[in-house]
Design a protein around this ligand. Sequence first.
Ligand SMILES: Cc1ncc(COP(=O)(O)O)c(C=O)c1O
Length: 377
Amino acid sequence: MIYLDNSATTKVLPEIMDTFIAVNEKYWANPSSIHEFGHNTNELLQSAREQVAEILHTSSSKIYFTSGGTESNNLAIFGLANKYKFRGKHILVSKIEHPSVLEAAKQLNTLGFEVEFIPVDSKGIIDLVELQKLLRKETSLVSVMHVNNEIGAIQPIEAISKMVRSNSKAVIHIDAVQSFGKLPIDFKRYDIDALTISSHKIHGLKGSGLLALSKTREVEPMILGGGQEAGIRSGTTPVPLAVCTAKAIRIASASLEKNTTEMKRLTEELVHFLRGFENIKIISPDTRAPHIVTFSVRKVKGEVIINALQKRNVIVSTSSACSSRQTKTSHVLQAMHISDDYIKGVIRLSISSLTTEQEIDTFKKIFTEVINVIKGD
Ligand SMILES: Cc1ncc(COP(=O)(O)O)c(C=O)c1O
């Protein structure tokens, strides 16, 4: 199988699977228990937290392990909006956020907050002029994704945070689910307040991830109960998942430069190849993340190509795994004003550090055969 759907999820690394088993075998106590077994398990958990905090340049007390990107984004949107509403109830999120941000933000609208959506240009990049117009003194939260999951557009986080800081007192949340391990991101590099990471996008386990805050920020809890995770996320902390999240983060950040260079080289090869077809339009902007290339075949439905490729053991997707089972048009492509001729034929290729040159060569061969058979309507 040639798997080019790594933005949907990645293959778990064997060393992470080994760690999961080892921690379950040796440290399966409840980390909140006061006996020594619980204490030792808690020490392991705290060391995972410290490792992550060091990589992200924050304090270990600001790392909250969660069930993944969706929960972390919900915690950020609801928890930060509630914590900082004394500064104002005006919230900004971009039009192309992941549904876990967009839907949470829409919900805030029904709870007495005023939510506005920042437009993007035809390349999917946040319009800074529009952002400046939308910012107000009473804007208390701005949430923007670092890399868009459907098209790989990279948002200019530095310019965005500068603009937010000089026009408001808003806290800044970044959904780094698609960027962590592909682009450098931490609290020292960018002047931001909160960061979401999901493990299964970086060869870790599904159902795990975290929300990190910068040293001085706080968040209101969303899940109430026994007060685990410093009272921010109740529920017995799944230590094996947390330890594996820390390991996935360590591996991703240690090999960032090497992986990025190689992924960029392979996706550039793909872009060059796709440009050779006169009925194909590259949707991803030139300033795209190293692992995503999104393109569209004129007047051909994406599903037709996906199914034809699948029959040849090549796995690709429409622009996002979440929306691909729904019939509605992607909100990201709509926000970019992609024309009718191209909007239905969108295909996303997303690679990982495990993708090889040979796989890309085989993809090119199979894709050429498939596209020659499929006719536009
Ligand atoms: C940008 C982005 N944010 C959030 C999520 C949700 O992450 P999870 O699958 O861990 O809930 C995804 C998953 O596709 C994503 O791509």
